[in-house]
Design a protein around this ligand. Sequence first.
Ligand code: ARG
Length: 462
Amino acid sequence: MKLWGGRFAEGPAEAMAALSASTHFDWRLAPYDIAGSRAHARVLHRAGLLTDTELDDMLAALDRLAEDVESGEFTPTVADEDVHTALERGLLERAGEELGGKLRAGRSRNDQVATLFRMWLRDAARRVTSGTLDVVDALVAQAISHPDAVLPGRTHLQHAQPVLLAHHLLAHAQALVRDLGRLRDWDARAAESPYGSGALAGSSLGLDPEAVAHELGFPTSVDNSIDGTASRDFAAEFCFAVAMLGVNLSRIAEEVIIWNTAEFGYVTLDDAWATGSSIMPQKKNPDVAELTRGKAGRLIGNLTGLLATLKAQPLAYNRDLQEDKEPVFDSVDQLELLLPAIAGMIGTLTFHTDRLAELAPAGFTLATDIAEWLVRQGVPFRRAHEAAGECVRVAEGRGVGLDALTDDEFAEIHPALTPEVRAVITVQGSVASRDSRGGTAPDRVTEQRERLEARLAELRAW
Ligand code: ARG
């Protein structure tokens, strides 16, 4: 059964049909297609194009079709071009050709697919949000269980200044929460239904696109039927939002991989979230983190591939647009595999806080504290920076830490460097002193976490 046989003397060549077919990936839109059909039947009825009985029979047939799709009783055949074709066949089989044939009035696969794809994505955005919230929760839980742990904060991967472990973990959480904010912002733009746009020009049948939109969970329908059927920036924007999420997850993953090395020794992975080697019995590998890093590349590829598909397509619908779905579905599928595993891995990490504490002052991470202490004594920062640098040079020359410099050595470097400076040459003192808004001082980190948790509660209620 074809949706368009009339003007053709022959059916399509086998290779044509094989190229055209999309049910192997668009079948997942079936429940949305049926929801669209129900809404469409109602607007046809309201426009006087279906009688009361016809509407009842149509809806009953659609219900049976939905059940059969759900149970796997009804599936597409190789002859079905796409999900819409297959479901029309299913409807005709259940409602009869006479009644079933009426549903197609005033709609096209072009407005259908544009609508169903948005519906699927809007649900997917909520699933991705929920999975990401579990990752954020794992980060927050680790932050809460390590309120005082410190580690060497890094820039250029070099020791920079000591920070609270909780502050570092929440930095990752902040990025993920922004990703979720992006998905919500995206949703507000994607929430317009193209149903009723027809092939591109709208309908002459007195249908009500707004009513269909509301029934399908959209606050409104599109303002322009050409745009409604031709645009896929909603898909590209979604792809960007989840690619960015993938990239942010890959930054966490990369750190876990480094932290898990013998050289760093910051963390131990839980057995349930690590893998072994087929040859080296001692190995315990961070595969979750590596797959996260790897899949981030795949998500970026899906975005760039989709953008390349969209580039330079003339208005309105072109069959190229059928290529829009697989990359987006793939990005979501990968995240649905990934997110629970990342949440599990992070939630079960053991942090070696003694090692972290030991490393926190190493590499002269307290040099900035000396410089800022001098500034508080009235020394210009330029001079203070130089003096603190000299402290590092002397300590390095002696092979000791900054706190091991003698009073005389300090005084010789700068007269303002009195023994009181020792108060800031401790990791705890350094961390506590960074108490500006957003800083790493424990109270500030707690405040930060509370604001973040309020934001999480909002996102959870979405
Ligand atoms: N399967 C197509 C897609 O996913 C929709 C069908 C539109 N086909 C057409 N010949 N207008 O984009």
